[in-house]
Design a protein around this ligand. Structure first.
Ligand code: G1P
Length: 297
């Protein structure tokens, strides 16, 4: 029987320099879409997929992340006293069981592959998920859950995949497709951030992975790749060289690149409009903005 995926790694060691000066004192994963930090979206998605153990790979200056996941008894008491039941529930929903979260430090910024490798002892000999909180995915069925279900059929390694414009492929890990089965492709190669004219396709890796423990062994001996960093993409590509299966999964949902300012703003608008309590007022404001812009043009 295949082992269930119950562990997820959240690489959150990045400096978030694109969001300076905010990220001087606030980890970028704490930045909020409407009223929830990016990391909360990632945790909710993991929970929906059946993840029970949450492994954060952090770095210096990320203390606010640990605090965020602590319980807030005083605040809870205050809300209870004031009868603010809904807010109390919102707060409680973010509580994590004691022992469910582990924090590992990545001492040097050596790339995503290295960050994942830092968690090797906690992962042990089990398949595990990796979630990049920068990639926020709005979906009816959360993306990782879709992937866990698909993975139960396929085994092997699986990465979330999405078509991107050809001239954008060089910003991603890119899949070389062996066979296209619609919502899934089997993969015969993977390249991290290829030059635009060398991308094997325009099917890009998005930040959700289900990986076998073999990946940790590959990461043990892998050399720095694209950008001088240890790349997760390269460790997965090694699986193909060893004739083990790798799949790309075309998820159903909308992905926002919250590692970029434009993507973050788009996500803010989209998640704002999705909120019932904001929809009317915020939607009306947006309509006005759009007509004002049209009038100016
Ligand atoms: C990382 C991965 C890349 C993937 C991307 C998705 O790159 O290395 O393969 O396509 O996430 O967001 P980063 O955006 O961290 O440079």
């Amino acid at each position: 029987m295949k082992k269930r995926v119950t562990k997820a790694i959240f690489p959150v060691a990045g400096l978030g320099t694109r969001f300076l000066p905010a990220t001087k004192s606030v980890p970028k994963e704490i930045m909020t879409l409407v009223d929830r930090p990016l990391i909360q979206y990632a945790i909710d998605e993991a929970r929906a997929a059946g993840i029970k153990e949450f492994i954060f790979v952090t770095s210096r200056g990320k203390g606010a992340l640990e605090d965020y996941f602590d319980h807030a008894p005083q605040l809870e008491q205050e809300l209870r006293k004031k009868g603010k039941d809904q807010l109390l529930q919102t707060l409680k929903d973010t509580n994590m069981d004691s022992g469910a979260i582990a924090y590992i430090r990545q001492h040097k910024a050596m790339g995503l592959g290295h960050a994942v490798w830092c968690a090797r002892r906690l992962v042990g000999n089990e398949p595990f998920a990796v979630i990049l909180p920068d990639d926020v995915i709005a979906a009816e069925k959360p993306c990782l859950q879709q992937m866990v279900e698909a993975h139960e059929e396929t085994g092997g390694c699986m990465v979330a995949a999405m078509e991107v414009p050809h001239d954008k492929a060089s910003a991603y890990g890119v899949l070389d497709i062996k066979e296209d089965m619609g919502n899934m492709v089997s993969v015969k190669g993977m390249v991290e951030k290829p030059p635009a004219d060398q991308a094997p396709s325009n099917l890009a890796v998005i930040g959700r992975y289900i990986l076998t423990p073999k990946i940790m062994q590959n990461l043990n001996q892998i050399k720095a790749g694209s950008g001088g960093e240890v790349q997760l993409t390269d460790a997965i590509a090694q699986e193909i060289e060893h004739e083990r299966e790798v799949f790309g999964y075309r998820f159903r949902g909308q992905r926002f690149d919250c590692g970029s300012k434009a993507g973050f703003l788009q996500a803010t608008v989209s998640f704002g409009l999705a909120r019932e309590e904001l929809r009317d007022e915020f939607g009306q404001y947006l309509d006005e903005m759009v007509s004002m812009r049209a009038a100016v043009e």
